[in-house]
Design a protein around this ligand. Structure first.
Ligand code: NAP
Length: 284
């Protein structure tokens, strides 16, 4: 019977370290600040925003929200983003995505200052993830996956990792981060043939597909570590992941739950990256 590994202890350990860094920065009269740019009022953005504000406050850093109208034009959005880019009091910027249709992500991603881009929106930071250049900012969710694996001392070097999903938000970056830790990485997607057989090879199975409880024990190798990134709603209206946790526990050594797994670590990563940006900007 496997173990459920929660995100909270990981988030708490990160926060503890960050509190000390913020104290050190404050002693130099510097207070790190995150700016959250939100277009409209999507309920899941609002929920994440509340969590991020609470986390920043607990760590002792500043956070502010720039709320923009849902029908804002591309030019006006870019003008607002440039103002935040230039605001010297802001160290990190998070823009909620996807944007409404009139805003072209392919254009806007080149506008955000890479040095403040704490959730890896800019192609400069995407390239830095590929290059294993630690001056960049990997996206928060894949970074949360890596922090969980490290916290629970899961060996990665030389191990077989299978990632299910190939989005720019989850699958592709987490695959690169696992590769950077010297895992041997396979990426599955909707056209992968015989996925249970491919996944059953994995020592580490990371799933981010958006399909409620699709991954059952037939995808899991005995003793594997399973990280469930999915956020879905099940037939009873409850939040659930992409993994059928109960079924997989018969084979897996460790599984992250949903809720209380990966999602509870991401705001700590956001704070961590903002503090890192602040230190880089101040050459500390
Ligand atoms: P996405 O952009 O829709 O990408 C889904 C990926 O899964 C695609 O690569 C797709 O393959 C693949 N896929 C879909 N159905 C599949 C199937 N039946 N078999 C194999 N692969 C399949 O989604 P996303 O943004 O990456 O998010 C994935 C999940 O993670 C969602 O549940 C989302 O809510 C959650 N999420 C959680 C957090 C967090 O903080 N915990 C953050 C972000 C996202 P193709 O490329 O072939 O279409």
């Amino acid at each position: 019977m496997g173990e459920i590994i929660k995100g909270k202890p990981v988030a708490d350990a990160i926060s503890e370290e960050l509190i000390q860094k913020v104290e050190m920065l404050k002693s130099k009269s510097i207070t790190p600040k995150l700016a959250i740019v939100r277009v409209g009022a999507d309920p899941s953005d609002l929920a994440y925003e509340r969590g991020a504000l609470k986390r920043c406050e607990a760590i002792g850093m500043l956070a502010e929200v720039k709320e923009l109208p849902v029908d804002i034009s591309q030019d006006d959005f870019i003008a607002e983003l440039k103002k935040i880019n230039e605001d010297k009091s802001v160290n990190g910027i998070l823009t909620f995505r996807p944007f409404p249709k009139q805003l072209d992500e392919k254009v806007i991603k080149y506008v955000i200052t890479p040095e403040k881009d704490v959730d890896c929106f800019s192609p400069v930071n995407v390239a830095k993830v590929m290059e294993n250049d630690e001056t960049g900012f990997a996206p928060c969710t894949p970074s949360a996956v890596m922090e969980i694996l490290k916290y629970y001392k899961v060996p990665m070097k030389g191990k077989k990792a299978v990632v299910v999903g190939r989005s720019m938000v989850v699958g592709k970056p987490v695959s690169m981060l696992l590769l950077n830790e010297n895992a041997t990485v396979t990426i599955c997607h909707s056209r992968t043939e015989n996925m249970p057989a491919v996944c059953s090879e994995a020592d580490i199975l990371v799933v981010g597909i958006g399909r409620a409880k699709m991954i059952d024990s037939s995808y899991v190798k005995e003793g594997a570590v399973v990280i469930d990134v999915g956020i879905n709603v099940d037939e009873n209206g409850n939040m659930c992941g992409d993994v059928d946790t109960e079924d997989c526990l018969s084979k897996a050594a460790m599984i992250t739950p949903v809720p209380a797994g990966v999602g509870s670590v991401t705001t700590s990563i956001l704070a961590k990256q903002t503090i890192k940006a602040c230190m880089q900007q101040n050459e500390i």
